[in-house]
Design a protein around this ligand. Structure first.
Ligand code: PLP
Length: 428
């Protein structure tokens, strides 16, 4: 059987040395993979339990058009999300176009002129800079008279508690906490650490709202930030919770009043959650959520496999090969543009869609350097599917994430290694 598998890999362009190198690395990952499977098992039951509790029925899979009044499937799905995240309410809609939109919606609907937004964990994700107005933009929170403060993490990644205390003032209305490191070098926050931070903040100002940007973090642990005091958790359905099937969408789960504010902002004051046709996406939203725990587990295994492979070859990887994981992103620093390009070419060549296309670095809007992206995805731009991107600038790192199945994530990483070996960048 093992012999056949090796031949199968060879037929798919993976040479024997690359395959064997991968197997050697995998031998040491059995226990970690078991632990990931147990988390997936726990979360699978959590999702299933929520679906059963709210009596998801065949009728829930039918969509509505037009105004979308009395959309049973949409309303039930929102109850399911609220149960999964243990919150009072949730807003889960295809009209929320992406993660940035979901976060902007949560912020703009819960802040009023004169309020202050505070980030105690440093600079938020790039696209939020324009939402907040750190970089001036039309319609930013700054334009509406919402001010912003930030406390950076300390150099060792810990919270700067004294500075946080000083920055919380009479105007502070909402605290935004980004769980994932995103494309920065700081560590990703565990749910436990997020809980400690929220407790610290609420002890200083009990009525402040704590929102967590949950992107890339869903189902990586058995707890979510809403289990440790977050008033709102926010994310994208073309990342973890969409399970690779959701073709669009975002969610906000949290306290009833926060979610209601967001619904009034998304549609209209007075209408709120009552309108918003689900069109034809409900089967994918439900089934995607159902698959999300195991899909997230596959992506996590891929990230850990990549970290172990490339660390063993002498490259710097974040997180490193043994660290515990709180999101699905893996950074590998190659130190040369050729390394970044070869890696991305390998990931692209492993894709189910557009595998014949060669990715090229290009001038992407909003970036100060050329960026190369590998994404042969069923859902355009989906980063729960196997994908990688790297800015062509120092330190020449790639950010790798996703993999709908573990075998595909594994193949993608082996294919990337094959590409680096083929170009003489790596010798085994
Ligand atoms: C992806 C991401 C976002 C933005 O989501 P988009 O869907 O790309 O708009 C925000 N925050 C974090 C941490 C993310 O990873």
């Amino acid at each position: 059987m093992q012999h056949d598998l090796k031949q199968q890999y060879e037929a798919m362009g993976i040479s024997a040395p690359v395959y064997e190198f991968g197997e050697k690395i995998l031998d040491n990952l059995k226990e970690r993979f078991q632990e990931i499977d147990r988390t997936a098992e726990f979360n699978q039951l959590k999702v299933l339990g929520a679906m059963q509790k709210h009596q998801v029925s065949e009728a829930c899979l039918l969509g509505t058009t037009g105004y979308g009044y009395n959309d049973l499937g949409r309303d039930t799905l929102e109850e399911v999300y609220a149960s999964v995240f243990h919150t009072e309410s949730a807003l889960v809609r295809p009209q929320i176009t992406c993660g940035t939109h979901a976060l902007a919606l949560a912020l703009m609907s819960n802040l009023r002129p004169g309020d202050e937004l505070f980030s105690p964990v440093g600079k938020p994700y790039d696209t939020l800079e324009e939402v907040i107005g750190i970089r001036p933009s039309k319609g930013s929170l700054a334009e509406y008279g919402v001010s912003y403060r930030q406390t950076d993490l300390l150099p060792d990644g810990s919270f700067d508690l004294e500075a946080i205390r000083k920055n919380i003032n009479g105007k502070t209305k909402l605290v935004t906490i980004q769980r994932s490191k995103g494309y920065q070098t700081r560590p990703t926050l565990s749910v436990e650490r997020i809980g400690e931070l929220i407790s610290f903040i609420k002890a200083i100002k009990p009525d402040v709202l704590c929102m967590v940007d949950n992107c890339y973090g869903e189902f990586v642990e058995t707890m979510e930030p809403s289990d440790v005091g977050a008033d709102m958790v926010v994310g994208s359905l073309i990342k973890n919770p969409g399970g690779g099937l959701a073709p669009i969408g975002g969610y906000i789960a949290g306290r009833r009043e926060c979610v209601e504010n967001a619904a009034y902002r998304l549609t209209s004051p007075g209408l709120g959650k009552e309108v918003g046709a689900s069109l034809g996406v409900l089967p994918q939203f439900y089934q995607g959520l159902f698959l999300a725990p195991t899909v997230t587990a596959s992506a996590l295994k891929g990230a850990i496999f990549a970290a172990n492979i490339y660390e063993a070859l002498g490259f710097s990887v974040v997180p490193n090969s043994v660290e515990s994981r709180h999101d699905i992103i893996q950074a590998v620093t190659f130190g040369t543009p050729e390394g970044v390009i070869a890696f991305c070419e390998g990931i692209q060549a492993a894709a189910p869609v557009d595998s014949h296309v060669k990715p090229e670095p290009w001038d992407m809007p909003g970036y100060d350097a050329k960026v190369i992206m590998a994404a042969g995805a069923f859902v355009s731009g989906s980063s729960i599917e196997l994908s990688a991107d790297g800015p062509i600038r120092e330190p020449y790192a790639v950010y790798f994430q996703g993999g709908l199945t573990w075998p595909h994530a594994k193949f993608g990483i082996l294919r990337s290694l094959e590409s680096l070996v083929g170009k003489g960048i790596v010798t085994l």
